[in-house]
Design a protein. Structure first.
Ligand code: ATP
Ligand code: MG
Length: 566
């Protein structure tokens, strides 16, 4: 490509709402341009990067026998009615009617469409397993589209779906897909971690997220400092405490505790460790048939993990609740406790099971119970609802948990029969009996990967593309194009590199050296070969973008030198 002919509108101005480096640099360097909230154009450089990522994904999917398809973006709303997701997806689902008044949605993901394609076509165990995927535009009317390509409304996703006759076969495919996803991330040159993720009602180890490690990531992940364990903090576990603080000693009793409401107040008032106090977190849980306030009880030194709370209470969503709402239910904020609580449902963290010497609210203003023995509540609902903290013990080894920030670029999930059952996608097993297909789903954010790459690889000057994602590997910068020798040398090298298949761009613009240099750094080509004044002495310079290191190379050696580095 010739820079003089290329459409690469670089600018000094960053979008006014941009806070992330990737958003700023991808716009300033002319990779993408915003059309409206969450909608982006890909300019030639952006499109090249997108295609490169797609190519790697395609190659790795082909290797594991997944077959590419392309399903209609516009999806009949009927299918979403059938699966029951039309309500659950809420406003993220963009709905519209055609001229015949038929209702459609723009596909935000394609489980329904894929099941619809396969049902009545795959009817026997002999046709299984089957793994189909596509790389396609998705639309989600996100409540807060932001951070450029990171959270768009229109975005590109690789979505794959596998179909199996048995759970064991799904497990095998899931492992194979995890390995394929890891290979993709390694090829892209990204530092990442595969972590356990929330699998909602399905539970188990059936859900994993692929997280690119970056400080700007929206997700917090807990990873072990010595083994491979990693989990989204929404689901992270911890080892049970090996040492517990000294227990207070007191018989069961009601105590006057004027204005002692918080855990800190209790610690100070009773001079006990928060471990022996009981924290009560009230939340409003959403269910299909309405809202319900639920009380979640934990040890005072633990915090509620809302995703775990939603799962434990089998709710759809969780919301905060005001003191007024609690009072209206006859509850006493600041003094809520589990004993004789008959007003609203309660969930207890498992660390409270059989706990003794606990201090908890007495459901009366300014009153607490001490010396509470939790075994009286053995029949209550216990579940893990705590947040694993930094420094907690790893659940799998002697290590300690660390927090890191991650960008979710992929999500693989064992669906089981969640979609095949309602959509009646059955097959005949070996005994000739009809069973619903067992499914896995494998998503990857292709456009988000562009942003994630820059989040992980940039400096204050601009983008630093990795080997496999760079729009061009080599930029030949002719310092002064009026200098015939410089131009001739640059052109010859340009041809030589093109002939051997190197992706090369020649900066033949009539611009000042400094201006061209700024563009090269902003765009982030891995190598810029500067053909300048030193050419008369038989030298050119090579700038390596990642390190900003400049080296002089004999002009006659430059071809071999660069080929070696690529
Ligand atoms: P998030 O929690 O970030 O909203 P999600 O859980 O909704 O993601 P999935 O439904 O699992 O995401 O979609 C698969 C992949 O698609 C995600 O791992 C992510 O990489 C990508 N993705 C999801 N939403 C967006 C978006 N709004 N913009 C860009 N990529 C997205
Ligand atoms: Mg989402």
């Amino acid at each position: 490509m010739r820079f003089s002919r290329a459409f690469i509108p670089t600018t000094k101005e960053a979008p006014s709402d941009a806070v992330l480096a990737s958003h700023i640099f991808l716009t300033r360097a002319g990779f993408t341009s915003q059309v409206a909230a969450g909608l982006y154009n890909y300019l030639p450089l952006g499109k090249r990067v997108l295609k490169k990522i797609e190519q790697i994904v395609n190659e790795e999917m082909n290797k594991v026998g997944a077959q590419e398809v392309d399903l209609s973006f516009v999806t009949p709303a009927d299918l979403w009615e059938e699966s029951g997701r039309i309500e659950k997806f809420g406003k993220e689902l963009l709905r519209f009617r055609d001229r015949k008044e038929n209702l459609f949605v723009l596909g935000p993901t394609h489980e329904e469409m894929m099941v619809n394609l396969v049902r009545n076509r795959v009817t026997s165990y002999k046709q299984l397993p089957l793994n189909l995927y596509q790389i396609k535009t998705k639309f989600r009317d996100e409540a807060r589209p932001r951070f450029g390509l990171m959270r768009g409304r229109e975005f590109v996703m690789k979505d794959g779906y596998s179909f199996h006759a048995t759970q064991e076969d799904l497990d095998r495919e899931f492992e194979m897909m995890e390995a394929a996803y890891k290979r993709i991330l390694v090829r892209l040159g990204l530092d990442f971690r595969v972590v356990e993720a929330d699998s909602g009602a399905i539970g188990g180890s059936g859900s994993k997220e692929i997280m690119v490690i970056a400080d700007s990531g929206e997700d917090t992940i807990a990873i072990c400092d010595s083994c491979e364990y990693g989990a989204n903090v929404e689901t992270a576990e911890r080892a049970s405490r090996s040492e517990v603080p000294q227990a207070p000693e007191s018989d069961f009793n009601k105590f006057s505790t004027p204005n002692v409401k918080s855990i800190e107040d209790l610690e100070a008032f009773f001079k006990v460790d928060a471990y022996y106090t009981m924290k009560c977190v009230a939340k409003k849980m959403h269910y299909e048939d309405g809202d319900q306030v639920v009380l979640f009880f934990l040890r005072g030194d633990d915090d509620l993990q809302e995703v775990k709370a939603v799962n434990a209470a089998e709710a759809l969503e969780v919301e905060d609740v005001s003191e007024e709402e609690l009072k209206a239910l006859g509850l006493v904020p600041g003094f809520m406790g589990p004993l004789d609580m008959d007003k609203v449902p309660c969930v207890f963290d498992t660390s409270l099971k059989g706990a003794t010497q606990m201090i908890c609210g007495a459901n009366e203003k300014d009153q607490h119970f001490v010396g509470v023995d939790m075994s009286v509540l053995d029949e209550a609902l216990f579940a893990d609802i705590y947040t694993a903290k930094e420094g907690d013990g790893c659940p799998h080894c002697e290590g300690k948990l660390l927090y890191k920030k991650g960008i979710e670029v992929g999500h693989i999930f064992k669906l089981g029969t969640t979609y095949s059952k309602p959509l009646k996608a059955d097959f005949l097993n070996e005994k000739g009996q009809a069973e619903p297909l067992i499914m896995g789903t494998y998503g990857m954010g292709i456009s988000r990967l562009i942003a994630a790459t820059i989040e992980q690889h940039h400096d204050e000057k601009g983008c630093i593309w990795t080997k496999e994602t760079a729009p061009y590997s080599v930029n030949i910068m002719v310092s002064n194009i009026k200098d015939e020798a410089q131009l001739a040398f640059g052109e010859k090298l340009y041809q030589q590199l093109q002939e051997v298949g190197v992706e090369v761009i020649i900066d033949d613009r009539k611009e000042r050296f400094g201006f061209k240099m700024k563009d090269a750094e902003l765009i982030g080509f891995p190598f810029t070969i500067i053909v300048g004044k030193e050419l008369v002495n038989g030298n050119v310079q090579v700038l390596e973008r990642a390190t900003l290191e400049k080296r002089a190379v004999f002009a006659e050696k430059i071809f071999d030198d660069i080929m070696e580095r690529l």
